[in-house]
Design a protein around this ligand. Structure first.
Ligand code: NAD
Length: 383
C-alpha cells in the first residue's frame, strides 16, 4: 500500500484535532465551551457557524453534543426538543447558549428568524427525518440529517429537492468518512492500480437491548431494522473499499427471534458485485455483534480493520504491517467539514445524494429478499 498521501491527510487530521483524543464522550461540556464566542472575521462574516440539534436522545447526548465542544468551525447554538422546559434548559445551561435558542417540535419553524442558527442537525427517529429536513430547508437553514437518510428513496428525493429549492446545503451524518481507517481504504481504492480487489468482507451489527418498545423495533418509526441502522455501514464500507458503485445485489434475511423482530429485520446478508469484478459479502444484524472490514487484493495484499464502523477503538493491519493511525473524534471532523462546506465552499464528502443512493440499494436488498435472493441489478443510482 502506498502510504504517503494517506499519511499527509492523517497528519492534517491530527493537527486539526488537538484535544479530540483526550476527551471522552461524557455528555458534559468542558468549561471553555460554557460561553461560545461567535468569532467574526474582518468583514464581519461568522467564523464559527451555529448548529441546532433536533432530538436530544442518545446520539445527541453522548456523541454530538460533546463533539461540538471540540469543533473549530461550528458550535452548539441551540436545540429542538419535545421537552424545552427541563431538557432544553439543561442543555442551554451546559452549553452556554441563550434560552431563546430552545425550540420545540411545534414552534420549530420560527427558527427561520434566528440568525444564531446556521445549520440544523436532524437526530430523530428515521420516520421524522423527511419532515424535519424539509422544515429546516424551508426555514433557510443548512441541514445535516442522520442515517439512514429516510424511510425510502422517494422521501430522500423530496429532502434533496427541498434543500435545492431553498438553496441550502445538505449532508448525511456519515461520520466514518472522516475516520482515518476508512480513509485508508478509500485511498487504497484510488491508488490500487493493477492491484485488483478479489473479495471484500464488510460486517456491521450489534445485539439490541431487551426493550421491546424501542422505536428501532417499530417499522413505522424505523422503516427497516438492522439494514437501515447498521447495514448502511456494511454497505458504505464495501463501496468505499471498492471505490465504485455496485452494479448488482442479492440478499437473504434470517430471523432467530421472530417475536422481538416481528416488524423489522434481525439479520441480513447481502452480496454486491462491482464493475471492476470485485465482489463483496456483507452482513448486518440487530442480534449479533460484528464490526469488521477486510479487503483482499491481487498478490496477497490486504487491509483488515476491526471495529471499522465504531465511534472509536479501530485497529487494523495490512500485508505490510499494523495500521496505526491517530485517534480522532469522527463527529467533530464531520461537523467541521460540513461547516466549512457551508462557509467556505469546501467539497461535501457526504451529500444527501449519497444517503439516497444507499437507500436505493437498501430498497433493492429488500426486493431481493422478497424474491428469494434473486440478483437485482442496480440501475439509476443517483450518486
Ligand atoms: P434515541 O431514541 O436515543 O433519540 C431519539 C430522540 O427523538 C429522543 O430525544 C426522542 O425524545 C425524540 N423523539 C421525538 N419523537 C419521537 C418518537 N415518536 N419516538 C421516539 N423518539 C422520538 O435515538 P438515537 O440513537 O439518538 O437516534 C436518532 C437518529 O440518529 C437515528 O436516525 C439514528 O439512526 C441516528 N444515529 C446515528 C448514529 C451515527 O453513528 N451516525 C448513532 C446513533 C444514532
Amino acid at each position: 500500500m502506498k502510504r504517503r498521501p494517506f499519511l499527509k491527510q492523517i497528519s492534517l487530521l491530527a493537527a486539526a484535532t488537538p484535544i479530540a483524543c483526550s476527551l471522552g464522550a461524557t455528555g458534559s461540556a468542558p468549561s471553555e465551551a460554557s460561553s461560545p464566542v461567535v468569532l467574526r472575521d474582518e468583514s464581519g462574516e461568522k467564523k464559527k457557524l451555529g448548529v441546532a440539534l433536533v432530538g436530544l436522545g442518545y446520539y445527541s447526548l453522548k456523541e454530538l453534543g460533546p463533539a461540538l465542544n471540540l469543533t473549530a468551525d461550528c458550535y452548539l447554538a441551540g436545540v429542538v426538543t419535545g421537552d424545552p422546559e427541563v431538557k432544553g434548559k439543561q442543555w442551554a445551561k451546559e452549553y452556554g447558549f441563550p434560552e431563546k435558542n430552545i425550540y420545540n417540535y411545534e414552534n420549530f419553524d420560527s427558527i427561520k428568524d434566528n440568525p444564531d442558527i446556521d445549520i440544523v442537525y436532524v437526530v430523530l427517529p428515521n420516520s421524522m427525518h423527511e419532515e424535519f429536513t424539509v422544515r429546516s430547508a424551508k426555514a433557510g437553514k443548512h441541514v445535516i440529517c442522520e442515517k439512514p437518510l429516510a424511510m425510502n428513496p422517494a422521501e430522500c428525493q423530496r429532502m434533496i429537492d427541498a434543500c435545492k429549492a431553498a438553496n441550502v446545503k445538505f449532508g448525511v451524518g456519515y461520520r466514518c468518512r472522516y475516520d482515518p481507517y476508512t480513509i485508508a481504504t478509500i485511498e487504497k481504492a484510488e491508488e490500487r492500480g493493477s492491484d485488483n480487489i478479489h473479495f471484500i468482507r464488510s460486517h456491521a451489527g450489534y445485539q439490541m437491548g431487551e426493550n421491546l418498545e424501542q422505536w428501532r423495533l417499530q417499522k413505522a418509526l424505523a422503516g427497516t431494522g438492522a439494514l437501515g441502522n447498521m447495514g448502511v455501514y456494511a454497505l458504505q464500507g464495501a463501496i468505499y473499499a471498492a471505490g465504485e458503485n455496485p452494479i448488482s445485489v442479492s440478499a437473504q434475511e434470517f430471523k432467530t427471534d421472530p417475536i422481538k423482530f416481528d416488524e423489522t429485520d434481525e439479520t441480513v446478508t447481502f452480496q454486491l458485485t462491482f464493475p471492476s469484478g470485485a465482489v463483496a459479502n456483507c452482513a448486518t444484524s440487530h442480534n449479533a455483534f460484528m464490526n469488521d472490514l477486510r479487503i483482499d487484493y491481487t498478490g496477497g495484499a490486504y487491509i483488515d480493520i476491526d471495529q471499522f464502523s465504531a465511534y472509536r477503538g479501530q485497529s487494523g493491519k495490512t500485508n505490510q504491517g499494523p495500521m496505526d493511525y491517530p485517534k480522532v473524534n469522527q463527529q467533530q471532523l464531520q461537523m467541521d467539514a460540513f461547516a466549512r462546506h457551508v462557509r467556505d465552499g469546501e467539497p461535501n464528502l457526504v451529500p444527501g445524494e449519497m444517503g439516497m443512493r444507499d437507500m436505493q440499494i437498501i430498497e433493492a436488498i429488500l426486493l431481493s429478499i422478497k424474491e428469494g435472493g434473486k440478483t437485482i441489478s442496480l440501475k439509476d443510482l443517483v450518486f
